[in-house]
Unconditional design. Structure first.
Ligand SMILES: NC(=O)c1ccc[n+]([C@@H]2O[C@H](COP(=O)([O-])OP(=O)(O)OC[C@H]3O[C@@H](n4cnc5c(N)ncnc54)[C@H](O)[C@@H]3O)[C@@H](O)[C@H]2O)c1
Length: 383
């Protein structure tokens, strides 16, 4: 009898867990910008969470944020450090721009506080290693905010590979990217070197890397030949109404990398905030027994514009079938709930630093290779 392949990939939905309301988790938020809004909306839905403190470097921003989202009784601080010095917190959401991820995470861990750190992990590999040392010393939870991990569509990619249907995976080509989409709706914190530190790779490329690397078990990178450019970021025409942003642009708007991974897998990666093309194409995973086509997508929301397709040869015939796509609801709730549950139950980080340091090492190596003009080796120090 023929195998019912599709049912082997059947989705298992998360069950909503009952919460112990008597045990409240005290949370602080560092950085009250755009993404902090996504965090507070979800925390406020949790009967066992109290958001007790809000911090932002911009005077008055935390107070306005509390008013906007209806946060009652929170204390306000002029920096993450001041908050950590004055509060007894169970956990913090670090929602600062990228260059403040490492200092804030190290500070929180040194104060014995569990950390939900927004993506990207850090700006450089060295910073990621320093955060991991603080994590190890503290014994606290550090989880990195990759909400697509909560999407059934993204989980399905890993399930398909783990099922063996594709055989040995030897090549992965990353697609996606934006035609025009340099993120400046709320100012320039994503595009300045001082605040963003890294550009398209830290904003959206890190999602593609996580999707693919997680699917194949996060093998270590060995060598990287990388390229990065900024042709669109420095062009005032790309900022209608704000031509001055072009002079502030200090990161990459496009990057590509040819990455050799342990286990004989090659990753052909590219990402764009802007380019003269609609998309870098679909994401392809090639294995010895099958291939998977993932339609060009914005990985951050875990959604697919169309079903994924598996290509195989069956009894001498070329066959192709669709993997039914799922909805990807409540990703931010699931991401923050898993953090709160780990704090309450002594669990582990859902998205661990041990995995994401590899993601960071690749971004770091693409920029090093671009600077050097040749392939570079990747060595990730042990922590
Ligand atoms: N997971 C997602 O889907 C998602 C989406 C958007 C952004 N992000 C990430 O979230 C982070 C923030 O993005 P954003 O759009 O909210 O940026 P933003 O610039 O709007 O907000 C960042 C805020 O942090 C504050 N800040 C910086 N350092 C601080 C410190 N030491 N103490 C207190 N406050 C500090 C800034 O003053 C600013 O108000 C970025 O790293 C970004 O990559 C994640």
């Amino acid at each position: 009898m023929a195998r019912d392949i599709l049912n082997e990939f059947e989705t298992i939905h998360d069950e909503a867990a009952a919460v112990d309301v008597a045990h409240k988790v005290k949370i602080g938020i560092i950085g009250c910008g755009w993404i902090a809004g996504a965090h507070i909306i979800e925390y406020l839905k949790m009967a066992d969470v109290e958001v007790v403190a809000l911090a932002d470097l911009i005077p008055g921003k935390a107070e306005v944020f509390a008013e906007q989202y209806g946060v009652k009784g929170a204390r306000f601080y002029a920096s993450g450090h001041e908050m950590l010095e004055n509060e007894q917190l169970d956990g913090v959401s670090i929602c600062t721009y990228n260059t403040q991820h490492a200092p804030c995470a190290i500070d929180a861990l040194e104060h014995g506080v569990n950390v939900m750190l927004e993506k990207p992990f850090t700006v450089t590999l060295d910073e990621a290693i320093e955060v991991m040392k603080a994590e190890k010393k503290s014994g606290k939870i550090l989880t990195i905010g990759f909400q697509p991990r909560m999407s059934e569509n993204i989980r399905m990619i890993k399930k398909i590979i783990d099922s063996g249907e594709l055989g040995k995976v030897y090549y992965m080509q990353a697609g996606g990217g934006r035609r025009r989409g340099i993120p400046t709706p709320y100012g320039t914190s994503f595009i300045e070197k001082e605040t963003g530190g890294i550009g398209a790779m830290g904003d959206i490329g890190c999602y593609t890397l996580d999707m693919l690397l997680n699917a194949v078990g996060y093998p270590k990178p060995l060598t990287v030949s990388g390229y990065a450019s900024n042709f669109f970021g420095i062009d005032p025409e790309n900022y209608p109404g704000h031509p001055e942003y072009a002079e502030k642009f200090g990161v990459e708007d496009f990057a590509a990398g040819f990455i050799r991974l342990e286990g004989g897998i090659v990753l052909d990666f590219r990402i764009a905030w802007a380019m003269n093309m609609d998309t870098c194409g679909d994401t392809l995973i090639l294995g010895t027994k099958g291939g998977l086509r993932i339609p060009s997508m914005s990985c951050y929301n875990g959604d697919l514009p169309a079903p994924m397709k598996i290509y195989k040869n069956v009894a001498g015939k070329k066959v192709c079938f669709e993997v039914p796509k799922d909805e990807a609801p409540d990703l931010f709730f699931k991401k923050l709930r898993s953090f709160v549950d780990a704090i309450k139950n002594g669990g582990e980080a859902t998205v661990s630093s041990k995995e994401i340091v590899i993601n960071q090492a690749i971004i770091d190596a693409i920029l090093r290779s671009n600077e050097a003009g040749h392939e570079v080796e990747v060595v990730i120090p042990e922590v």
